[in-house]
Design a protein around this ligand. Structure first.
Ligand SMILES: Cc1ncc(COP(=O)(O)O)c(C=O)c1O
Length: 359
């Protein structure tokens, strides 16, 4: 099977450090966790970085840091993985779904402005499939309305807009290190921010609510354990070293897909001027006359893995039943997009040939 992605890490990359960790028995809260935090700060340019068990727990912590309460409204991009809105729901707040551009698949500025009310307490902008196009425009609107901006950059490590890396644009940024991402720790996530008060909040909340001074531990708040292990941190450190190279090579694969598929009527997810896209997912809108699901089925029979772009959150069964369903651009994207395999060494000539065969 040609898979959607292959991890950019091998056992040999981590063998030396793993041996040392197993011999020392130091599996948690050690030097590799601190080193991973440091390299995330250095890579993104953010002042502070915290590690979490997933982007979902990172997003949950972000909302807690902003003191989101039951009844508050949080505006979220409607084209995303359900975790983006689930965390709002978990706190008893109300996710307000903002439609997205049919070109970049990201939150539309006019949609955001039209949805702001007295109850709006935060905005979650999603870098759809790793693409941060338009985030600065959304940030400008948030500043004008004095609303905190959370960037759901679950897919976007390595992306940037106008030279500013994801992780150093919004008030709080949340990353995922799930195996579908460019950088994986098996499961895992991170939060970055520049504000010291937010940093202090995460430092305490992610450590069971504890502060430690002169060797004395005091529990000043209730808190959680959403920590990554030393083993996971080593995986992260090894991949961040080659992240820029990974992004470069994925963009070359993207170019060759575009060259072959656009003449056949496929439309690639657009990237705005000034954006570096990490190409976390290689997504096309299929031509109108083609049935996307039939194409996926055909490619599966040819041992080629594909999937949809992502979901219209307001159209998922839970959110549709709870809040009225609206026909958004995101619904049409959910049904017209396809993700194709993309990784170093992928045989995309074969994939393109098979797509031609289907046509
Ligand atoms: C946009 C977005 N947000 C959040 C998540 C959840 O990430 P995690 O699996 O690390 O919790 C995902 C997962 O793919 C995602 O794509």
């Amino acid at each position: 099977m040609i898979r959607l992605i292959k991890p950019y890490i091998s056992f040999e990359d981590v063998e030396k450090e793993y041996r040392e960790i197993f011999e020392s028995g130091w599996f948690t809260k050690g030097k590799y966790v601190e080193e991973f935090r440091r390299v995330i700060r250095e890579y993104t340019g953010a002042n502070y970085a915290h590690l979490t068990t997933s982007a979902t727990t990172a997003l949950m912590m972000a909302l807690r840091a902003l003191e989101i309460k039951p009844g508050d409204e949080v505006i979220v991009s409607d084209f995303s993985f359900p975790a983006t809105a689930n965390v709002v729901e978990e706190l008893g707040a109300i996710p307000i779904f903002a439609d997205v551009s049919l070109e970049t698949f990201n939150m539309l500025p006019e949609e955001l402005e039209s949805k702001i009310t007295e109850k709006t307490k935060a905005v979650i902008f999603v870098d759809a499939l790793g693409n941060p196009s338009g985030i600065h425009q959304i940030k400008e609107i948030c500043s004008r309305y004095d609303l905190p901006l959370i960037e759901d950059a679950a897919c976007a490590i390595g992306s940037s807009e106008f030279g500013e890396k994801c992780g150093n644009i919004a008030d709080i940024t949340c990353f995922s290190f799930h195996p579908r991402k460019l950088l994986t720790t098996g499961e895992g996530g991170a939060i970055t921010c520049n504000d010291e008060t937010l940093h202090r909040f995460f430092e305490i909340k992610l450590n069971h609510g504890a502060v430690s001074e002169n060797g004395k531990i005091e529990f000043v708040d209730f808190g959680y354990n959403y920590r990554l292990t030393e083993l996971q941190a080593v995986m992260g450190i090894k991949q961040i070293e080659k992240l820029d190279e990974i992004v470069r090579s994925r963009n070359l694969i993207r170019d060759s897909y575009i060259e072959a598929l656009e003449p056949l009527g496929f439309e690639v997810q657009k990237v705005s001027e000034g954006v570096r896209h990490n190409v976390q997912s290689m997504v096309f809108k299929v031509p109108k006359e083609i049935n996307r699901d039939e194409l996926s089925k055909y490619l599966k029979n040819e041992n080629i893995e594909t999937t949809i772009g992502t979901y219209s959150l307001s159209g998922t069964t839970y959110f549709k039943d709870k809040y009225a369903n609206v026909q958004y651009n995101s619904s049409s994207l959910e049904y017209s997009t396809i993700t194709l395999p993309c990784y170093n060494g992928v045989d995309n000539k074969l994939i393109i040939e098979r797509i031609r065969g289907f046509l």
